[in-house]
Design a protein around this ligand. Structure first.
Ligand SMILES: Cc1cc2nc3c(=O)[nH]c(=O)nc-3n(C[C@H](O)[C@H](O)[C@H](O)COP(=O)(O)OP(=O)(O)OC[C@H]3O[C@@H](n4cnc5c(N)ncnc54)[C@H](O)[C@@H]3O)c2cc1C
Length: 427
């Protein structure tokens, strides 16, 4: 304990990271070398505690740090679900041994992660999932099928939710495993989307093995752990989120980016950031297509601006409240609903501006910027159904708000008391 007041004044993290970047950013490093520096210095995931490669910053300050890295012109932290979901979930529920085993590899981008939750008959009803885990000595044997698994094709590890006990009600017999994707029996099959890309996959698991000490948060206690992951997902992808997961370089051993030059990904990152519904994007398109004088287009542009600002203010308010130890019940759910609305509005406004040109799309490459200057507007229109589905659909967000925030009665049924094996199944 000291009486020196200076010790209690925390340096501004933006100034700190900028000074650090001046000393350490080098575009000629490989992506892997750069992420080692960034991760070990605590700038990849600044919200993590200092003892686990973070800086203990608030989400507001972390977003400012990530913006500062981008504005500096350096490559941002590893994108993807490792940093967004796995690391904070492991910090919240993991043993020290698990934190030692996984966190450093995530913040340094050495391993990519995917989220093996949804199944063909268990999306909204996630607790109804049927992938089975059966104990075999010090290991578990997993059999089942997952679907919509984003980036599974480049994942080294998976956050896997599986049923360990079918004799208790469905929420109480689930366990959260940390799965090694590099093993026989893990069959990843990409699915082609409306956008022309294959972001997500089907994943078939046949006699796949997980060690007992790769259970996160305890046997049959997976539902609480999964809810932690889902809360980080809603906060990280709702309106006003800072888009950390949008880095153009992908982490892990499979994507092949770690050995490439870091500076080559900086421009690419800005390209990917255009998948946010920014009003300027639509104003530029309206000018390009001589629609800025059109009264309807002008109304739509203002509506888009307002929706964007409301989402941004909600997030800023939530961050400020959380920094002072308070909260807004249901705020992540509301933020996610606003994001769905923003994307729908972006689609309507964008396609209204483009008119018949909105039907022209080039599906060949990843970077379509030279093919069609309206690329970003089209991408958002084609991507617009996704935010209202992933991380829990709009209807499920409203159910959560109704039941957990407003205290309205739960949906009828005896699912909470009936053993899973006696419930009627979707398939
Ligand atoms: C882009 C994208 C990426 C994704 N990435 C992943 C991933 O990485 N990992 C992963 O595990 N999953 C992922 N998902 C899956 C996602 O979580 C599920 O699609 C979502 O939970 C909905 O489940 P479902 O598709 O099975 O729809 P269903 O659950 O079958 O729902 C169909 C419709 O019924 C409605 N509905 C269902 N139940 C209720 C209810 N009780 N009350 C009111 N309405 C209801 C839903 O709102 C929806 O409109 C991703 C999805 C998308 C679109």
């Amino acid at each position: 304990m000291t009486n020196d007041p200076v010790e209690h004044v925390r340096a501004d993290p933006v100034q700190e990271v900028t000074a650090w970047l001046q000393e350490h950013w080098d575009p000629d490093l490989t992506v892997g070398e750069w992420w080692e520096r960034l991760g070990k210095a605590g700038w990849s995931a600044p919200t993590l505690p200092t003892e686990w490669y973070g800086r203990g910053l608030s989400t507001a300050d972390s977003a400012r740090v990530h913006r500062a890295i981008r504005d500096f012109g350096a490559l941002g932290p590893p994108g993807g679900l490792g940093l967004l979901l796995a690391a904070p979930t492991i910090v919240a529920h993991g043993t020290d041994e698990q934190k030692r085993r996984y966190i450093e590899d995530i913040v340094c981008g050495r391993e990519g992660w995917c989220q093996l939750f949804s199944e063909p008959a268990a999306g909204s009803d996630l607790a109804g999932l049927q992938t089975r885990a059966v104990r075999d000595g010090a290991e578990w044997v997993i059999n089942g099928q997952k679907v919509w698994t984003s980036n599974a094709q480049i994942a080294d590890r998976g956050m896997l939710l599986a049923r360990t006990n079918p004799d208790v009600p469905k929420h109480r017999g689930l366990t959260y495993f940390l799965l090694d994707m590099h093993q026989p029996g893990v069959d990843v099959r990409p699915l082609r989307e409306l956008t022309g890309r294959s972001l997500f996959n089907e994943v078939f698991l046949t006699d796949v093995r997980v060690r007992d000490d790769d259970i996160l948060g305890g046997l049959d206690a997976g539902w609480a752990v999964a809810n932690t992951t889902l809360a980080f997902e809603r906060t990280g992808t709702g309106a006003g989120a800072d888009g950390t997961a949008n880095s153009s370089a992908a982490p892990g051993t499979i994507a092949g980016h770690l050995t490439q030059r870091a500076g080559d990904f900086v421009r690419g990152r800005q390209e990917r950031m255009s998948l946010t519904v920014r009003p300027e994007l639509y104003i530029e398109a309206a000018r390009r297509h001589a629609k800025v004088d059109d009264p309807l287009t002008r109304q739509h542009l203002v509506a888009l601006y307002i929706e964007n600002e409301v989402g941004r203010y909600l997030t800023l308010r939530l961050r400020a409240l959380r920094a002072s130890g308070s909260d807004i019940p249901g705020a992540p759910n509301i933020a996610k609903l606003r994001m769905s609305e923003l994307f729908r509005l972006g689609r309507e406004v964008g396609l209204g501006i483009l008119g018949a040109r909105g039907m022209l799309h080039d599906y060949r490459g990843h970077d379509r910027s030279n093919v069609n200057p309206d690329r970003a507007v089209l991408e958002i229109a084609l991507w617009s159904p996704a935010p209202s589905i992933y991380g829990g659909s709009d209807q499920i967000q409203r159910n959560i708000l109704a039941e957990r925030v407003l205290g309205l009665p739960r949906e009828p049924g005896d699912e909470r008391s009936t053993p899973f094996r006696d419930l009627r199944k979707n398939v």
